[in-house]
Design a protein. Structure first.
Length: 95
């Protein structure tokens, strides 16, 4: 991984974790149906686009982007945990 990519991904992942921590009382995504997570992902994309169009403060735009990324991660995580055709080295969660 390029150092430029690595720095950006590391910083953004900290923002994602911060958003997950702030919503930790809502339960775990493994208990959610794909349809719910997809609906929430699309809602978050709408909020991100709106914040960009409205020229909101950068901190709000980054927060919305982290929310989008988290819902995409939740869908991927749920799928990886249930798709046993995924090679073990690509399963990024703890077993």
């Amino acid at each position: 991984m390029s150092p430029t990519y690595e720095n950006a991904v590391n910083l953004f992942s900290k923002r994602m974790l911060s958003r997950l921590d702030s919503n930790s009382g809502k339960g775990h995504w493994s208990e959610c149906e794909d349809s719910y997570l997809i609906r929430r992902l699309l809602e978050e994309v709408g909020e991100l686009v709106e914040s960009i169009i409205d020229k909101e403060h950068t901190s709000l735009i980054v927060r919305e982007a982290a929310d989008v990324a988290n819902f995409a991660m939740m869908l991927a995580d749920n799928r990886a945990k249930t798709d046993y055709t995924v090679k073990p080295e690509y399963r990024y969660y703890d077993t």
